[in-house]
Design a protein around this ligand. Structure first.
Ligand code: ADP
Ligand code: MG
Length: 554
């Protein structure tokens, strides 16, 4: 038991110690806790203080963060911009390179242009000098031209005078004689001759032989001037012997059968010139039907065969054109009429037959002649004249078929009237070219024998026709003869009024007019008597030329 007590006491002692220890540790604990509380307060204070600071810092941070973000954004934008700028710079650089190359090339080019320019400048200066010289030359030439034009105008006046003098010396009334060739149509079928278009044509020699047989004995002895024609006619004498008679005629020109239209016109062309100079010209084709009057006057369609009318018209237009450079302006008009049984028919009228009654009016003041109600066409070109002639021709052929060869029983008169003015000299002139295809000159009995009329009612008509032809042809011969005598003896009555034809042509035959008669002859022996009659008529006309020839000696 003691031990238990001792242990108890020990345990109690230990318990007391422990309690003391516990109280100490509790005290410690309390101290620590107080300390902790203080620390905790301090901590709390510090925490509070720091929380504010942290909040401030956080706010700051957020702000900075935002700023940073913004700065980043800006930076990115700047980078992009930079990138773009870089690209721009690079492209600018390459552009600059290219420009620089171009600049180099341009500089090189510029240099070469500069060289060229210098050369051109030198050339230009040279040209300027040449130009100045040329202007001087031109001025000199202009002066010369003015002088020459003046001279030409003066020369033109002199030429007109001389031309007229030459024409007058040749005689204001002239007669040509033209013998046509023997034609295939002259060969009678009874001769046995086969023309070239038949299946068995006769040889050329045979044709020549037949031609010789048909031909009258005509010769042309004057080989130099071609002015003579001789005809031999044989007849039987009372004693039955063959008698040969020779007839010699002389004209201003004789054209042999081989002569071309151009050769005939060569002799006439001067008259066309006269007419442009303001003179009146009449050209007549005289001869029996079939002797070549229409061929001479109108001719064929080709250039070689065209007749005196188209040639004269061409010539008149050509001369008028030439004279334009000398200040002359011309106006032309044409008319074409027919005189049948002493009545005038308009060949240019619109209707097939001319039913109008035409009158001839002379104006004594101007010396011009007009036919009332007649178609007068202003003419501006030779082709127009040709068209006009062919339309007249077709009208005549209609009349011819309906009225039995009327064209050879009427006189046709083509008139080209030319009016010229010269503004430079103040001159003016009016000329008239009359081209007359006369009616056939065959005598009345021949006319019947030639088949122009048939017996019966036509005879009266035919007789009237033939009488008026004879009357007008002899009136023409009388007028021309009287004109010739007039120039020899001064004033004399001229019987213009004896026929429509001479009355119509009064102004163109009188005064300072020029008249040409082309006597057309058939070469045939069967027409010999008719040819002799024609030759005698023409000789009567021709002798009158002596009148004007006398002027030469004055
Ligand atoms: P006219 O008018 O005198 O009655 P033409 O002129 O009608 O005569 O001529 C009769 C024929 O003779 C026509 O066929 C014509 O072609 C022809 N003739 C006339 N003269 C010649 C000539 N010099 N050359 C060729 N043929 C001609
Ligand atoms: Mg005829």
């Amino acid at each position: 038991m003691d031990e238990e007590r001792a242990k108890r006491i020990e345990l109690q002692e230990e318990q007391r110690a422990l309690s003391l220890q516990l109280v100490a540790s509790q005290q410690q604990e309390l101290n620590r806790r107080a300390e902790l509380n203080i620390i905790s307060d301090e901590l709390e204070n510090s925490r509070k203080k720091h929380a504010r600071e942290i909040a401030d810092l956080e706010f700051d941070l957020q702000k900075k963060d935002r700023l940073l973000r913004e700065a980043n954004e800006d930076l990115r934008a700047c980078r992009n911009d930079l990138e773009q700028e870089r690209e721009t710079v690079s492209s600018l650089k390459s552009a600059l390179n290219a420009q620089s190359n171009a600049h180099l090339t341009l500089t090189a080019e510029n240099r070469s242009f500069q060289t060229q320019f210098t050369a051109l400048q030198a050339q230009y200066d040279e040209l300027l000098r040449t130009n100045a010289n040329l202007i001087l030359d031109l001025e000199a030439e202009r002066q010369e031209k003015i002088e020459m034009r003046k001279e030409a105008t003066e020369n033109e006046a002199v030429r007109r005078k001389l031309h007229n003098m030459v024409q007058e010396l040749k005689g204001n009334i002239r007669v040509f004689c033209r013998v046509r060739p023997v034609l295939p149509s002259d060969i009678p079928p009874s001769s046995g001759y086969q023309p070239t278009n038949s299946p068995n044509p006769s040889p050329h020699e045979e044709l020549e032989l037949i031609r010789q047989e048909l031909k009258a004995d005509i010769s042309f002895p004057d080989r130099r001037d071609h002015r003579e024609i001789n005809i031999w006619s044989s007849s039987e004498s009372a004693t039955g012997q063959e008698r040969k008679e020779s007839y010699q005629f002389m004209f201003d020109k004789v054209f042999e059968p081989e002569c071309t239209q151009a050769e005939v016109f060569e002799e006439i062309s001067m008259l066309a010139q006269s007419c442009v100079d303001g003179y009146n010209v009449c050209i007549f084709a005289y001869g029996q039907t079939g002797s070549g009057k229409s061929f001479t006057m109108e001719g064929g369609a080709s250039n070689a065969t065209k007749g005196m009318i188209p040639r004269a018209v061409d010539q008149v237009f050509r001369v008028a054109e030439d004279l334009r450079s000398k200040g002359w302006e011309y106006q032309m008009e044409g008319q074409f009429l027919e005189i049948y049984n002493e009545a005038i028919n308009d060949l240019l009228g619109k209707h097939e037959f001319d039913k109008k009654k035409h009158e001839i009016k002379h104006d004594p003041k101007s010396g011009s002649t007009r036919v009332t109600d007649l178609t007068v066409i202003p003419l501006s070109s030779p082709t127009q004249v040709r068209a006009l002639l062919s339309s007249a021709q077709s009208r005549r052929s209609v009349a011819a078929t309906l009225m039995n060869e009327r064209s050879s029983r009427s006189h046709s008169v083509f008139t080209l009237r030319i009016t010229g003015t010269n503004a430079a000299t103040g001159e003016s002139c009016e000329g008239c070219l009359n081209l007359v295809d006369l009616a056939g000159s065959e005598r009345i009995n021949v006319s019947f024998g030639n088949g122009f009329g048939t017996a019966g009612s036509n005879d009266k008509e035919r007789l009237k026709e033939t009488q008026s032809i004879n009357r007008s042809l002899s009136a023409l011969g009388d007028v021309i003869a009287a004109l010739g005598e007039k120039s020899e003896r001064g004033d004399k009555h001229i019987p213009y009024r004896n026929s429509k034809l001479t009355y119509l042509l009064q102004n163109s035959l009188s005064g300072n007019s020029k008249t040409l008669m082309v006597l057309n002859l058939s070469p045939l022996a069967s027409h010999l008597n008719e040819s002799l009659t024609s030759l005698r008529f023409a000789t009567k006309v021709n002798n009158t030329t002596l009148g004007t020839a006398k002027k030469q000696s004055r």
